[in-house]
Ligand binder design. Sequence first.
Ligand code: HEC
Length: 119
Amino acid sequence: MSHNVRISIGIVILIALSILFLFGVVHTAAAASRSGSRAVAEGHRLAQAWCQSCHAIEPRRDGFFDEAPSFQSIADRKGTTALSLKVFWRTSHQNMPNLVISPEQAEVLSAYILSLRRN
Ligand code: HEC
């Protein structure tokens, strides 16, 4: 086998590996965004079941209840992150009943609230 042929076989293999790698990256990114929107939908469902009695939970609804802030206004606040929400649910608060929220439920509820963010 001549030297040149060996180099071009090497290049072909390199290109094939790059294509496989790119497919892998694209595929993983697509899967991640799919599971992200599933989390948001699941969080919305939980919010309808558990939070709606006190909070305005739908997008662009600013609060119509006096005490509980709307999920929209919580989402728009600068300090709100998945972590700050989790911390809030783990601590006790004055006016909101201490709900027992599992880690998975906290995950999807914060995914839903953060999906409302406008800024
Ligand atoms: C019985 C009424 C009630 C229910 C049910 C309720 N909340 Fe609340 N929530 C409140 C009130 C009142 C406040 C504001 C006072 C406070 O911070 O304790 C509050 C505050 C919050 C805050 C913090 C907002 C801030 O100022 O940082 C978050 C986040 C929140 N609620 C999420 C939820 C989620 C998620 C659910 C459903 C799993 C839920 N709440 C269910 C009454 C309620």
